[in-house]
Every structure is written in structure tokens, then in C-alpha cells.
Design a protein. Structure first.
Length: 318
């Protein structure tokens, strides 16, 4: 009888221990983009770092459809961390635009990475020197369905214009560059990290320039769209670009869901940044990010408590 009781007690202890391990193990699904994208490869490497350095961690990288899909998966509990521009994270939090009626007010930021600047390329023959000059011009505002279209619309509105005030084309970067080279367009709106291959093609093969977006325009945009940041494309980024070009930009971020507990989020943040040198050695795309600005220009979306704890620890925030 005593042996039976002892066996039962032992089994209870074993099952209790297993349950504790199961409850403490972090299940993290990391979503970025399709398997051919740079950030999918980055997510695979980062998930491995977390698994190797955080006890009980089980992180996996899963292909996805990009920012909107990533945030929808987070809202549905299918993903815990993902990548998206700050504007999309804000819209998800507020339940607007692509997330109309499906707000996720508890979404949080894990880290701000790098800026995607607006690069407005115009031919010198077009006579475009400000947004007010866009009326009647032949312009590409990005591929159909792309967020670049919204970028163009938001900026033109500061001059009282809409996309209907131009002869508007919906072309991807490569097609836009070819069309400008063939003198079929007055310009193109491109939102991408600088330098960009399409912008390089335009500025080396055509008599064209980058249109400055003054800081006062960016400040006006921020009143309605808090995700915008002022940005400078340094002189020499492109051929024949002799001066700095001011513009607007939106930050690429990593978001985190609130169901990831503070300690796990803290450890994830710590491992991520403490391995930053090796990540940037393996992935050139990350070199554009400035770790000292990880908490800036996040559209007013709050940091996850665990991430904030790490940034406070290293002196990035108070």
C-alpha cells in the first residue's frame, strides 16, 4: 500500500513538473514575408538565436504575406512577433484602413529598425519643383494595391491636390524607371531604402532629380499621420546627387503581441540586440538600422513592457 501511494505521489510530481515546463515554455511564431524575401532569412536566424539562448524557448519563422498579413495573424493569435511599417502597426492598433473594424489596441513594439524614405524622382524637363507643380503631370505612384499610392496621396494633399489631378499610372519601380528612361513619364513615387536600384537607374540614365520634401511638409503630415519622420538622403547616395535631400520616411518595426510575458520579451530583446553585430555581418539589409534609434518614430505605439525594460537598462529610454 505504501509503495502504491509513493508511486502515485511520484507520478503526480512528474506530471506537475512537466506541466510547469510546458506552461513556462515560450511558443513564438515569427512572421515577416515570403521565403524569397530577405527578412524571412533574417527571421530564421533570429528564431535560432532565441532558441539557442533562452531556456524553454520554441521560436519558429513562418512565411507570410507581409505587413498587413503579419498584423492580422497577430490579432488572431497565430503569430507573436512580426515585421511591419510603423503606419501599419498604428492602423492595426486603431482599427483603420486595412484593419477597419478590427482594432488591436494591445499591439506593442519590440524594436524600430530602419527608415523607408519617400524618394520622389522627377525629370528636369517636367518643371516639377514642389507638390503644387504636380497638377496635370504624368506620374507613376506605385504598383496597384501598394502602400506607395497612399504615400503619394497623403503628400499631394498638403498642396490641395489629389491623384485625380494628375495623369496617374500604377507601375512598379522597375517599370517606372524604364518608362522615365523612355521619356514616357514626368516622374515616379518610390518608397524604399536608399540607395534603391530603380532610383539609381533613373538618375544615371535620365536627366532627373530627387524632389526635396521640406520639413514643414513632414510636420504638417504628422498632424494627421503620426508615423511620419523627417529623413535626409545624404549627398552622394546617387550619381549626380551633390546635396543632401530632405524627405519623409516611415520606420520599419518589429511588433510583439501582449500575450508574450514581460520576462520572455525582455530576454528576446536582449538576445536580439546582443547579437546585432553578427546579424548585420550576415544580412546587409540590417546595416541601415541604427540600434540607438530603436525607440524613436514609432507612431505613438507603445513598447512592449519587456522590450522597454531592456531599453531602459541600456539607457535608451528613461
Amino acid at each position: 500500500m505504501k509503495k502504491t501511494i509513493a508511486l502515485i505521489l511520484s507520478m503526480i510530481l512528474v506530471f506537475s513538473a512537466l506541466s510547469a515546463v510546458s506552461a513556462s515554455a515560450a511558443e513564438i511564431n515569427f512572421v515577416t514575408a515570403g521565403t524569397s524575401g530577405t527578412f524571412y532569412a533574417i527571421s530564421v536566424e533570429v528564431a535560432k538565436l532565441w532558441n539557442d539562448n533562452i531556456p524553454g524557448m520554441h521560436a519558429v519563422a513562418t512565411p507570410s504575406g507581409g505587413g498587413v498579413d503579419n498584423l492580422n495573424q497577430a490579432k488572431d493569435g497565430e503569430a507573436q512577433i512580426g515585421i511591419a511599417n510603423a503606419n501599419l502597426v498604428y492602423q492595426s492598433m486603431m482599427g483603420t484602413d486595412a484593419f477597419e473594424g478590427d482594432a488591436n489596441p494591445d499591439i506593442r513594439i519590440f524594436a524600430g529598425l530602419y527608415y523607408n524614405p519617400n524618394q520622389v524622382v522627377v525629370t528636369n524637363a517636367s518643371g516639377i519643383n514642389s507638390f503644387a507643380d504636380f497638377a496635370g503631370k504624368h506620374f507613376s505612384v506605385g504598383a496597384a494595391g501598394s502602400t506607395t499610392i497612399d504615400e503619394a496621396a497623403h503628400h499631394l494633399a498638403t498642396a490641395g491636390l489629389t491623384l485625380d489631378d494628375m495623369k496617374t499610372e500604377y507601375m512598379d519601380v522597375a517599370s517606372s524607371a524604364d518608362a522615365i528612361q523612355n521619356k514616357q513619364l514626368d516622374g515616379a513615387w518610390i518608397m524604399a531604402g536608399a540607395p534603391n536600384a530603380g532610383v539609381t537607374q533613373i538618375l544615371t540614365s535620365s536627366d532627373a532629380k530627387l524632389l526635396p520634401i521640406p520639413e514643414e511638409v513632414v510636420d504638417a503630415l504628422k498632424e494627421d499621420y503620426p508615423w511620419y519622420a523627417s529623413y535626409t538622403i545624404p549627398a552622394g547616395t546617387y550619381a549626380n546627387q551633390e546635396e543632401d535631400v530632405p524627405t519623409s520616411a516611415v520606420k520599419l518595426t518589429l511588433f510583439l503581441t501582449p500575450d508574450v510575458d514581460e520576462e520572455t520579451a525582455y530576454q528576446m530583446t536582449k538576445v536580439f540586440w546582443e547579437n546585432w553585430d553578427s546579424l548585420t555581418e550576415n544580412f546587409a539589409a540590417l546595416k541601415a538600422a541604427d540600434p540607438t534609434k530603436a525607440c524613436e518614430d514609432l507612431a505613438g505605439v507603445a513598447l512592449h513592457d519587456g522590450a522597454a525594460r531592456y531599453y531602459r537598462e541600456i539607457g535608451l529610454i528613461d
